[in-house]
Design a binder for this molecule. Structure first.
Ligand SMILES: [Zn+2]
Length: 265
């Protein structure tokens, strides 16, 4: 009897301690992540919103764009045509769209998502990506987040592309299929590599899982990733999906590098 009541008391003590700890954690999270603009850190009314100054700093991509890779054109009469890069070397994916240009201003948005685990802006990112990729998700069967290698997923603890895919799906209502594609080879970082180096680096890095082949065959899929740099990663993913019989593979990324800096020059 004595031990039972002691056990029950200990149980409640643990319960209250846990509840207290959870409250403290929630309060701490609010202190770390109050609803601030993900770029400037100035307070906003809703998580993930940009304040007016940040809206001006982020360069959202609008038409005219290349109909294939989505790169913005300077002149309106080029709209819905292929850019010189796509004409010279047609990508493996069918169509790619991105929400904003990756530059010195918007870099913080992407890095915050990837490295700091700052996910408060992800719902807004999903809305922007769904808007930019409205024609890419039309008639899609599923969204496929670009997978991380298992070892990198362990060290980072989450895949930013999966977070983005769920955020886009919340707007478009599409299914997210995170298990169709797997990164079978751990690739070194793409940073600092030339376009050719990037292509070599990710060649054969992705594979469609055996048990996903049936659902990938004949499907219309949309890859989701954070940054389109040279398109090498998206092409490698699209190649794996098309080899498995995917009918159409589009892509939507949060950011888009328009003029990759060639470190060899
Ligand atoms: Zn293009």
């Amino acid at each position: 009897m004595r031990s039972k009541s002691h056990g029950s008391w200990a149980g409640y003590a643990r319960f209250f301690a846990l509840r207290q700890a959870r409250r403290l954690l929630a309060a701490a999270a609010d202190m770390i992540w109050p609803p601030v603009s993900p770029l400037s850190g100035r307070e906003v009314s809703r998580p993930g919103e940009l304040d007016a100054q940040d809206w001006n700093a982020v360069r959202f991509i609008d038409r005219p764009i290349c109909r294939t890779c989505g790169v913005p054109f300077d002149h309106p009469s080029y709209d819905d045509m292929d850019c010189p890069a796509c004409l010279a070397r047609p990508p493996v994916f069918d169509r790619a769209r991105s929400a904003f240009l990756y530059d010195a201003e918007s870099r913080a948005l992407v890095l915050g998502l990837k490295h700091a685990g700052r996910t408060d802006a992800v719902a807004a990112f999903g809305r922007w990506m769904a808007r930019a990729g409205a024609d890419a998700v039309k008639d899609a069967d599923a969204l496929i987040p670009v997978p991380l290698h298992a070892s990198r997923l362990r060290s980072r603890r989450f895949n930013q592309s999966l977070l983005l895919a769920h955020a886009v799906a919340k707007v478009t209502g599409d299914a997210v299929d995170p298990h169709a594609l797997v990164r079978v080879r751990r690739t070194g970082t793409q940073g600092g590599l030339t376009a050719k180096g990037r292509t070599r680096n990710v060649a054969g890095a992705f594979k469609v899982r055996d048990r996903a082949v049936l659902r990938v065959a004949g499907a219309r899929l949309v890859l989701i990733d954070d940054v389109f740099t040279t398109g090498a990663t998206l092409n490698a993913c699209a190649r794996a999906l098309k080899r498995a019989g995917a009918e159409n593979v589009n892509a939507i990324t949060l950011a888009r590098v328009v003029k990759p800096v060639d470190p060899t020059k």
